[in-house]
Write a protein that binds this ligand. Structure first.
Ligand code: UDP
Length: 420
């Protein structure tokens, strides 16, 4: 028998092969794709399963000889927002079983991502001998605390998240803060390991500020504040816009705000984009604000490197890849003092943390960094060092690989609820 180490990564709604930064595509897609590719380089045979969301999409995309995305048919072959995908999960499980049969594969280990995929993993465990590792990416128990309207699907989600924590062989928390939330808000039972998210430290950090500014046509003396991410209320772009309007540097001709991300008008992030543009006009900072739209990972290193600082003003952030991408690029980060950002950003050392939604505090933090160029350099150097030592994809995949080996070597009987 061939000694192949095989892993199925499941990401029902976050297709690892799509362009990032559009609609709902964000951190999860990046995580699954990067983890998959890095694991393949470390000797794993990686199959990444997602839902086919357009008839024109390829059913299989090869990223590396040992790493492919497989798009399973589950419901109509069109985009379905994540809160409406649940009903299609039985068909997803059926398609996955059929795929295994057709390929003559039986996975022994599945790493599921987000609660929808957790449900798929738990169903698979009922019908085949398979172990489950799960990464939440977002916890319903935290999310529903910070939104005003709770969707219908909330109870189902909370139930699945609790059952998964208690029954999966391992849960991967991406920060100590996320682990703490699982324990205080979800369950005291279950095995949790902390393995952070990562970033491409070769890509981010490959270009100097001068080169990046020349590429983007930004003058050397500009003071550039950058946001990168989806247009979603939870991301707190409004806080950043209001903070910029309060900045004491506002009168300076060289102050610039770049808000990168989002998709074409009329797509699902269009409403938040419109709302943000209205606030930009209302507070009178249109002349210093730019919206370049979605920026690819090829171009993003230029944006991060060109910026004097990057702002991550999320109301809540389970991890927040943008913060470590900026830090890897040698750019200090001003972020909300929440979730994974408390782990990645060390306040006063690699950037500053502010209370979420507090535009006055963000304005002070932005001004403090912009007005002290030599401190900016110190923060930037410490930020890059922190990412190199803790958050490279290679390092993250090595930790996951060790965890997979450990779980695979445990007897099947050891599964089941265990105390913390
Ligand atoms: N992103 C991108 N282009 C954009 C906007 C975002 O490539 O125009 C990427 C960004 O670089 C990061 C991911 O989308 O890798 C966002 O991840 P994060 O964890 O910050 O937020 P999420 O979208 O998961 O809430």
């Amino acid at each position: 028998m061939k000694d192949t180490k095989r892993i199925a990564l499941i990401s029902v709604h976050g297709d690892p092969a799509v362009e990032i930064g559009k609609e709902e595509a964000g951190g999860q897609n990046v995580y699954v794709r990067q983890v998959g590719e890095a694991l393949a380089k470390q000797g794993w045979q990686v199959d990444m399963f997602t839902r086919k969301s357009s008839a024109t999409q390829a059913s299989v995309v090869e990223h590396h000889p040992n790493c492919r995305t497989i798009r399973l048919v589950a419901g109509p072959e069109k985009f379905i927002p994540r809160q409406k995908i649940y009903d299609n999960l039985p068909e997803f499980v059926k398609s996955l079983l059929k795929f295994q049969q057709a390929e003559g594969i039986e996975y022994q280990l599945v790493h599921t991502n987000y609660w929808l995929s957790a449900a798929v993993g738990m169903e698979l465990k009922k019908v085949q001998p398979i172990k489950q590792i799960h990464t939440y990416h977002s916890l319903g128990a935290v999310k529903y605390n910070s939104v005003s309207t709770i969707p219908l699907i909330a109870n189902t989600r909370l139930g699945i998240e609790k059952a998964c924590l208690e029954t999966a062989e391992r849960i991967v928390a991406t920060s100590p803060q996320e682990k703490e939330h699982m324990r205080s808000l979800v369950s005291k039972k279950g095995n949790i390991e902390i393995i952070p998210c990562g970033t491409d430290i070769e890509r981010f950090g490959s270009v100097s500020r001068a080169e990046a500014r020349a590429q983007l046509g930004i003058s050397e003396d500009s003071l550039v504040v950058l946001y990168v991410g989806r247009f979603d209320r939870r991301k707190g772009i409004e806080t950043l816009v209001r903070a910029m309007s309060r900045s004491t540097l506002r009168g300076e001709a060289n102050l610039k705000l770049i808000i990168a991300g989002g998709s074409r008008p009329g797509k699902s992030d269009g409403l938040e984009r419109d709302r943000i543009e209205e606030i930009v006009d209302e507070v009178g900072i249109r002349d210093l604000t730019e919206f370049p739209g979605r920026v690819s990972h090829q171009e993003l290193p230029n944006y991060y490197a060109a910026a004097n600082l990057c702002v991550v003003p999320s109301h809540y952030e389970p991890f927040g890849l943008v913060a470590i991408e900026a830090m890897a690029s040698g750019t200090p980060v001003v972020a909300s003092d929440v979730g994974g950002l408390q782990f990645t950003v060390v306040s006063e050392k690699t950037g500053l943390l502010c209370p979420p939604q507090d535009d006055a505090a963000f304005a002070v933090a932005i001004d403090r960094i912009l007005s002290q160029p030599s401190w900016q350099v110190e923060l930037a150097t410490a930020a890059r060092t922190r990412v190199e030592s803790l958050f490279s994809w290679h390092g993250v995949a090595a930790q996951l690989s060790e965890l997979y080996d450990e779980v695979l070597s445990e007897p099947m009987e050891s599964r089941g609820p265990v105390s913390a």
